[in-house]
Design a binder for this molecule. Structure first.
Ligand code: ADP
Ligand code: MG
Length: 395
């Protein structure tokens, strides 16, 4: 899946519409994690250096098609301007005459930040009129919004119907496709996938796709308990997704012919509530007491999983092993993350909460690649062709 990259396109003097994913966490006007902004800088800096007129578009949060002042991209514009050490003009909107006037005034190397595209209903509806209005601002389209590439919206998909190719990938999308793509299509073996977290139903499709590719699939976190139910164990008050029960049974049945291919926890930490004052115990997974719920993988499971991680040459990880947000329940996730950080394997992490866990442990920098796409990386691992990638011009 090789796409034209922005450095193969002549951009000098051109108005370049760059879809970025600046959907960063903001509280009271303060950005708590600017990683998505930093990751887009190589593309932005390249365009500036090449003398393009750089028009940046992004969404932020869920304003549902109306202007919501708290979801303005203005704080992002300020942070970006600090990071690239040059002024970035904030537009009052993303379409319309006032914005067109700002674009007309741009000189080579200037940067303009459009206002939140989701302030318009047409964005998420992929409305052709809105897409056309966006397209009118620019000569070229560049996409570096990996985190939004699983959505066919006006600024990620529709806009290209009103513009001329090439539609180039930015350097962040290039990097995401390289690491996620290589891991799936061309992994050094043994290839191990570690799946956890709580979105069992969503992730069951990921399990199905990964089972075709991996040598070992390790399961942990909240999704394990649906599998334990599938095996007939009592799981107390643990997370359980009854809609996923039959599929879990199917997966276990299919796995019977390949012993050791799917590993489930053998022990777990249970708690009487999810709270810092909780009472906890370590129990075998078939002995979860009635009023308790599973909150982490247990120490024997950790040892078993670390052995597999040590042998692996490629590891894809999605989903925490426990409720890591509480220090009491973080140990399984932390030990697995440490083992990955210390391994020689190519380590690729997808999923927003998994990335947050790595930040908590200070281990993000020790991984080969931490994806900026939560939902997008998950759909990629499912083997779904992402619309925001599909529209890019093949190299
Ligand atoms: P990601 O964002 O990495 O894809 P998910 O969104 O699927 O991961 O799940 C992350 C969440 O799962 C975390 O907030 C974590 O607290 C929760 N979680 C993990 N293990 C359990 C468990 N045993 N019970 C309940 N929630 C869990
Ligand atoms: Mg999540």
């Amino acid at each position: 899946m090789s796409k034209i990259i922005v450095n193969n396109v002549d951009v000098k003097g051109k108005r370049v519409f760059v879809r970025v994913d600046f959907n960063v966490p903001i509280k009271n006007g303060i950005i708590s994690d600017d990683r998505r902004i930093r990751e887009a800088i190589p593309t932005i800096q390249h365009l500036i250096n090449q003398g393009a007129k750089v028009i940046l578009a992004s969404h932020l949060g869920k304003p549902k098609g109306i202007p919501v002042p708290e979801l303005s991209l203005a704080p992002v514009c300020v942070r970006l301007s600090e990071l690239i050490r040059r002024s970035v003009v904030m537009a009052p909107d993303c379409i319309g005459p006032a914005v067109a006037k700002l674009v007309d005034a741009m000189k080579e190397g200037d940067v303009l930040m459009l206002e939140n595209v989701r302030f318009h209903k047409g964005e998420e509806k992929n409305d052709p009129e809105f897409a056309k209005a966006l397209s009118a601002l620019a000569d070229l389209y560049v996409d570096d919004a990996f985190g939004t590439s699983h959505r066919a919206h006006a600024s990620t998909e529709g806009i290209t119907r009103f513009m001329n190719p090439p539609f180039a990938a930015g350097f962040l999308i290039q990097k995401e496709l390289k690491y996620l793509g290589d891991a799936l299509d061309n992994p050094e073996r043994p290839f191990v996938a570690i799946l956890g977290g709580m979105k069992v139903k969503d992730k069951i499709r990921v399990i199905r796709n990964l089972l075709k590719k991996v040598d070992t699939l390790i399961i942990g976190g909240g999704m394990s308990y649906t599998f334990f139910r599938a095996k007939g164990y009592e799981i107390g008050a643990s997370l359980f997704d009854k809609d996923a029960l039959e599929i879990a049974k199917d997966i276990l049945r299919e796995a019977e012919s390949q012993p050791g291919k799917i590993l489930l926890p053998i022990d777990c930490m249970v708690a009487d509530k999810i709270d810092s004052g909780a009472q906890t115990k370590i129990v075998p997974v078939d002995q979860i007491p009635e009023c308790y719920q599973g909150v982490d993988i247990g120490p024997q499971t950790v040892e078993l999983y670390i052995k597999i991680i040590k042998e692996a040459r490629t590891i894809v990880w999605n989903g925490p092993m426990g409720v890591f947000e509480y220090d009491q329940f973080e140990k399984g996730t932390r030990r697995i993350a440490e083992a990955m950080a210390n391994s020689k394997a190519v380590t690729v992490i997808g999923g927003g909460d998994s990335a947050a866990a790595l930040e908590k442990f200070g281990l993000a920098g020790k991984m080969t690649h931490v994806s900026t796409g939560g939902g997008a990386s998950l759909e990629f691992l499912e083997g779904i062709y992402l619309p925001g990638i599909a529209i890019l011009t093949d190299a």
